[in-house]
Write a protein that binds this ligand. Structure first.
Ligand code: AMP
Length: 183
């Protein structure tokens, strides 16, 4: 396991992610991580790296952003022996929620978290995770939700950072950010 990924290890992960042009609409290059998930070498390398990095963070929960953040977040939480919390798109969570609205290119979207997601533990140390950061709108809204529960947002982690959109800088105003691959 390595706390710092070598260039060749990064290449294994990046080469496992497939670009799908013009999805979900013309002009977007969609980063498809399903080809990372079905590549056991790349997936294990990524999860080993995340486990190694966050083992020393004394975390209580990993919160994952709907929906690909659930995959990496739940796998990491299990490896660390801690709880997992989903941050979901509006209308999916059954209990009492708090909600945060954020702006999209056209219109708005909303994310939600159960108000008692971290068992009302204000000392709880939380890592927030998603697969990719683009404009940062989703991650800023999700970060605010974690902060609104009064638990401690320790770091926000992404597999991929689309640097040209400068979303990472937006999230850094709320919490420390770690991106594994800046592209
Ligand atoms: P944003 O709020 O603009 O940072 O968008 C981030 C969210 O949208 C993440 O949950 C990503 O999974 C998804 N997303 C945005 N752009 C892409 C892309 N080019 N490829 C794959 N997923 C994307």
């Amino acid at each position: 396991m390595s706390i710092v990924l070598s260039e060749s290890e990064k290449k294994i992960i990046i080469d496992s992610i497939r670009d799908i042009k013009d999805f979900p609409k013309p002009g977007i290059v969609f980063k498809d991580i399903t080809t990372l998930l079905n590549n056991k070498e790349a997936f294990a390398l990524l999860m080993n790296h995340l486990e190694e990095r966050y083992r020393s963070y004394d975390l209580d929960y990993v919160a994952g952003i709907d929906s690909r953040g659930f995959i990496f977040g739940a796998a990491l939480a299990d490896r660390l022996g801690i709880g997992f919390v989903p941050v979901r798109k509006k209308g999916k969570l059954p209990g009492t929620t708090i909600c945060e609205k954020y702006e999209l290119e056209y219109g708005f979207d909303e994310v939600e978290i159960h108000i008692d997601a971290f068992n009302n533990n204000h000392e709880a140390r939380v890592l927030l995770i998603d697969d990719l950061i683009a404009t940062g709108g989703t991650a800023v809204a999700a970060s605010k939700l974690v902060c609104d529960t009064k638990s401690k947002l320790v770091e926000v982690c992404f597999l991929l950072n689309l640097e040209f959109l400068k979303g990472k800088q937006r999230v850094e105003e709320v919490a420390p950010v770690y991106s594994i691959l800046d592209i």
